[in-house]
Structure formats: C-alpha cells, structure tokens
Design a protein around this ligand. Structure first.
Ligand code: SAH
Length: 355
C-alpha cells in the first residue's frame, strides 16, 4: 500500500484530518494553498506551517506520480510518461492548441489525461486495449497528472480532456472526486466547461454522471452509425447498443447546458461509407451534437488504416450539408505515438511486461 497523498483529499477530508491532529481548520487551507497555488513539491516547503505539523505531514507526498520519460513531437505536442507506486505506467499528453470543439479559446493548452491503467473496453482499433485492463486510477493519480505536467512544462493548462488511457465512466467514483478537486476554488480552479470527458458509451454510467453537479462537457466515441458497424469495432455496443446509448444521451441533454460532441474515427473500409455519414448526421441532429471526425491514427501491430484525406473531407461535407457542425481533426502527435495507450505499451513491452 502506498501512503495517501495529499492530492487525494478534498478540503473537507483535509479539515477532518487536521481536526484529528488537534489542528484548526485554517491549517487545511494553508496546506491547499501551498499545494495548488504556490505549487510546493513537499510538505517541507510549507514554511508557513509550524514545524511539528510539517513533520507530521512529511509522511504524505503531495502527489503520487514519478516522471518516467517524455517524448516531444515536431508539432510541439509533448507526451509524458509517469510511473505509479505499483510500478505501472500511465501517459499524459500536452497539446499546444485545444481542438476547437473542446475549449472556448483556440490558443490554449490542453492536457489529455488517463483514468485507468489499460482499458477493459477492448475497442478493436485502440492500443490501450491491447494489453488489457490492470486497474482504476485513484483520484490523486488523476489530479496529479495536471500538477506534474504543469511542473515539468513550467506552464499552466487551461483545458482538460479525459481521452488518455482508460474508460473514465468505468471509474466514476474516482473520476468525480478528481473533477471536484480539479474544479474547486481551493484546488486547481479549472472551469467545468474546460473539462471534457470522453466515453465509449457506458449508457447507465452516462445517466449517473448526468446527476453530477458540475457543467462538464461530454464527448462520445461513436465510431459507427449503425449497430452492425459499431459492434464490429466496439464490443461495448453489444451491451448498450446505439438506441440505448442515444436514450442516455437524451437524458444528459435534458440535465446539462453543454453541447455534446460525437467523436468519429474514420477507418478505411470499416466505417467510412457515406451512408454512415448520413446516419451519423441523423444522430447528431437528434442530440443537437457536434461531430468531431478523426482520421485513424495507425497503431503498430494493428491492420487498420485511415482513409485518404479527400475522402475524409467528403464524409465531412455529407454532415455539414445536413446542417451538422462537423470538424475534421488534423490530429497532433502522430509521430510520437500519441494515440491512446501507445507510449505506455512500448515501455511495458521494453520491460517485458504484457498485462
Ligand atoms: N475510453 C474513452 C476515452 C479514451 S480514448 C473513450 O472511448 O472515449 C479517447 C479517444 O481516442 C476515443 O475516441 C478513442 O476511440 C480514440 N482512439 C483510440 N485509438 C485511436 C487511434 N488509434 N486513432 C485515433 N483515435 C483513437
């Protein structure tokens, strides 16, 4: 077991801890200000605290992540690898400009965070699924990705997308706690509208998450407009098909002000038929959702390919001609294995681990 890090605690939990130790509540605020505003790396640096309290806190790291590598990219996307207390790895990607759909300003720094080690969804095109699922990330392991990257890159992140390794809605409890800390005035103060959760479509969890009080954005990895096409590449569709997913998204729409985004990877000969585009347009109009088209990022060991760019453009025009807002992403980081799960997979392969 690793010690609980300070980043695993909400303000209420830290106040309770202080109370147990016979300290006044304002000590909790001093600790939080040191961690999240002044960004100290350890309790020893919390010099406004009495020495005895600093010593007590010394057993708790600020956060649990150890930097374990970085790769840069020609388009300045930076990919960070972190080692967890149990020797596992996760990756976090810093993207120079936010994809227009996910943030309000286009020149802002976006961080792509992971929520699990590996992934259990088994999407056939994705590198994360190749090594299977290991475990959920704890709330502090999620929050710490922001703290650690901001320290390493020496800059602040304005937008978060939960599109790294893992299925965020399969780790709902820790996700919601992390979101609370990331958004709180005593925490990282990242606006809810600047955080986008991406899900492969866990319909019951979408409904549950709709009750979470923050105005978080939601993106859905649709990748197929009919059940036969979607089931072929996303086994999750066998459990919750498109109709069931659409019902849960309608529920989300009723409760949230933020627009939904439908993500659609274009894979040559698999889901790029123009009939899929016409049906996708129908789904988007029904949900008043935007569509983000992403040419498939090739994964070593998988045979899938992206369609020619011209075909992607044609696919997009089918959507826009039907009144759907659709962007075609020229994705960043193609040259540094920035697609979901690729860097971590390499590292674990180097170390001879395969699960
Ligand atoms: N599990 C969540 C979030 C992580 S994946 C989800 O499924 O949404 C983030 C996005 O990257 C998803 O839309 C996923 O389908 C996509 N993705 C995975 N592998 C990819 C690849 N090789 N090329 C392009 N997009 C990929």
């Amino acid at each position: 077991m690793h010690d609980t890090s300070l980043a695993s605690l909400t303000r209420d939990e830290l106040v309770a801890r202080m109370k147990d130790w016979g300290e006044p509540a304002y000590r909790a605020d001093q600790v939080l200000a040191a961690m999240y505003k002044r960004r100290v790396a350890s309790a020893q640096e919390m010099t406004d605290l009495p020495l005895a309290l600093r010593d007590k806190l010394a057993g708790f790291p600020v956060h649990p992540l150890a930097p374990a590598g970085e790769s840069g990219s020609t388009d300045t996307t930076r990919k960070f690898l972190f080692r967890l207390h149990d020797g596992r790895y996760i990756e976090t990607v810093l993207i120079p400009a936010s994809p227009a759909l996910y943030g309000s300003a286009s020149d802002r720094r976006t961080l792509c965070v992971s929520t699990q080690v590996g992934c259990a969804m088994d999407c056939k095109f994705c590198a994360s699924g190749l090594a299977g699922f290991t475990r959920n990330l704890t709330a502090d392991e999620i929050v710490a990705q922001v703290l650690a990257v901001e320290a390493l890159a020496d800059e602040r992140v304005q937008n978060l997308v939960f599109m790294g390794m893992g299925e965020p809605l399969a780790n709902l409890r820790n996700l919601e706690k992390a979101l609370t800390i990331l958004n709180a005035p005593w925490g990282l103060e990242i606006g809810a509208r600047h955080m986008t959760i991406s899900t492969s479509g866990l319909a019951p969890a979408v409904r549950k998450f709709a009750a979470f009080p923050l105005q978080i954005r939601l993106a859905i990895s649709l990748h197929g407009a009919t059940d036969d096409v979607r089931s072929r590449i996303m086994p999750v569709n066998e459990k919750w098909n498109i109709a069931t997913l659409m019902e849960s998204l309608a529920e989300w729409r009723r409760r949230k002000k933020q627009h939904l985004t439908l993500e659609y990877i274009l894979i040559r000969g698999v889901n790029d038929d123009l009939e899929q585009a016409r049906l996708l347009a129908g789904h988007a109009l029904e949900l008043r959702a935007k569509v983000n088209l992403i040419p498939y990022n090739t994964v070593e060991g998988l045979a899938w390919e992206r369609p020619p760019f011209r075909h992607c453009e044609t696919f997009r025009r089918v959507l826009t001609s039907r009144g759907v807002t659709a962007t075609l992403r020229r994705e960043k980081g193609h040259d540094i294995n920035a697609a979901c799960g690729q860097l971590r997979l390499k590292k674990e392969q180097e170390e001879g681990r395969n699960s």
